[in-house]
Every structure is written in C-alpha cells, then in structure tokens.
Design a binder for this molecule. Structure first.
Ligand code: NAP
Length: 242
C-alpha cells in the first residue's frame, strides 16, 4: 500500500489532488479542519476512483494536534509510511496592510508556514529512512509576484516557496523531491466573491483555471518520472505571471 496525505483535501484543489492521487494508485489520507461532510465527499470520490482512503482531521497550524494525530496513525500502521505529502491547506484574508488586523496576518502565515513545518517535519524522518518521498507545496502566483491587498498571503506563499527550495537541497540525496506549484485564479470556494468577469480580462488565457488542471501538475511532480525535478516552482495561471 502506498500512502499519500493531502492537507486541506476536503474541498477545491485539495479534493482534485486526492482524486488524482487515487487514480495513481495511492491510499489517500484526506485532511480537513472543519468540514467533515465535504471531506466525506472527497473520500467517496477517492473510492469511486478505485482506491481506499481515510479522513484525518487536524488544524495544520496547531502543532500539538498535528503531532498527536499523525503519531497515532503511525503507531496504528507499523511498517507503513506516508510517501507523498501535499501541503495544500490554505486560507486568504485579504486587506491592505494599513488596515490589516494582526489576527489576519497571523492566521494566514500560521496555516501556510507553521502548517508546512508541523506536518512536513513529522513525515520527513520516515521518508528519509525509506529513501523515497515526494512533497508538493501549494504556493500561489501571489508568492512569486506579490499582489496588493494580499501582503499576508504573498508573504506566506513567498516564504513557502523559499522553504521548498531550502528543504529540496537538504533531502535531495535521500531521493526525496520537494516542489511547489503556484496557481493563479482557480475556480474554488477561495475565489468566491471575486469579480470573475473583470479578473479574467487580466488573464492571457481569459479564464480561471480548474482544480483538476492543478491536480494534473501535482500528479506529475509526484510521479516517478519527475524524480530529477526538485526545488522548483511550476505556475498554473493561464499566463498571468510569466
Ligand atoms: P478552498 O476551496 O477554500 O479549500 C481550502 C482547504 O483548506 C479546505 O479543505 C479547508 O478545510 C483546508 N484548510 C483551511 N484551513 C485549514 C487548517 N488550518 N488546517 C487544515 N486544513 C485547512 O481553497 P482552494 O482554492 O482549494 O485552495 C487550496 C490551496 O491552493 C490553498 O493553499 C490556496 O492558498 C492555494 N491557492 C488557491 C488559489 C485559487 O485561486 N483557488 C490560487 C492560488 C493558490 P475545511 O474544508 O475543513 O475548511
């Protein structure tokens, strides 16, 4: 059995990634923080794709919760290890910095950066022992270019990209790849409330992307043929950021 964990797998991009990984033969561990009904729908899609999986609830930004949950899983599955980790959980709390409450700054950075640390740090030792692992971090074009009204989100995703590059160098000799994908506007709950008609005029491809288009790239990075790609960032943005 090959195990994969997708944080924020209950909805949007994370859900599409779970289904893609199931199609690739993985047993998929679907993480979410609140939305159990949506996580159950993802699990159903994983099963329809012909694989099994389970739900693992934790808040990625809560180190104690993450440790307890993952250690319990590891104790219950001796001899098994999670070889694919997709750090996908994320939120946005947009505002100009001059008006941004501290809580919105902290929450966005905590979920993205502490979340990356909390989960990755726990799963790395077993990947290193087995000399195989695939880590994909869900960044954003906001972390590459910086977007006004998203200083917190740009900082978080830019930090995640830098962490991707640093960790890739640390673990490349253990046959573990660490990459990031940087979506532009993707049709999920996260972009609800945005003016799609106006925004798509700023996108060379003239449309928002789909979660499945992002999941295809994650699937490629996770696959065996991508073993020589590490520390890289792949944009999926219809030409928005080049
Ligand atoms: P979404 O539809 O809003 O889904 C967010 C997911 O993250 C949900 O599964 C949610 O779980 C989970 N989550 C939120 N906070 C969490 C926490 N503290 N611990 C664990 N899970 C948590 O968002 P999405 O558009 O699919 O975004 C997925 C990733 O892609 C994010 O990192 C986002 O920043 C990035 N991204 C998205 C876009 C876009 O245009 N959509 C563009 C660039 C990058 P619950 O269901 O339990 O709430």
């Amino acid at each position: 059995m090959k195990y994969a964990l997708v944080t924020g797998g209950s909805r949007g991009i994370g859900r599409a990634v779970c289904v893609k990984l199931a199609c690739m033969g993985y047993y998929v561990i679907v993480n979410c923080v609140n939305n159990l009904p949506e996580a159950l729908k993802t699990l159903e899609l994983v099963r329809r794709a012909g694989q099994d999986g389970e739900i693992m609830m934790f808040d990625v930004s809560n180190g104690e919760q993450v440790r307890k949950t993952i250690e319990e899983w590891q104790d219950a599955h001796p001899g098994c290890y999670i070889e694919v980790l997709v750090n996908n959980a994320g939120i946005r709390r947009d505002n100009i910095l001059a008006l941004m409450p501290q809580e919105d700054w902290n929450q966005v950075l905590d979920i993205t950066l502490k979340g990356f640390y909390n989960v990755t740090q726990l799963l790395l030792p077993s990947m290193m022992r087995r000399k195989y692992g695939r880590i994909v971090n869900m960044a954003s074009v906001s972390g590459l270019s910086g977007i006004q009204g998203q200083t917190n989100y740009s900082a978080a995703k830019g930090g995640l990209i830098a962490a991707t590059k640093a960790l890739a160098k640390e673990v490349a000799c253990k046959n573990i790849t660490v990459n990031a994908v940087a979506p532009g506007f993707i049709k999920t709950d996260m972009v609800e409330g945005l003016d799609e008609e106006a925004l798509r005029k700023t996108i060379p491809a003239n449309r928002f992307g789909t979660p499945e288009e992002v999941a295809e790239v994650v699937g490629f990075l996770v696959s065996n043929v991508a073993g020589y790609i590490t520390g890289d960032v792949i944009s999926i943005c219809g030409g928005l950021y080049t």
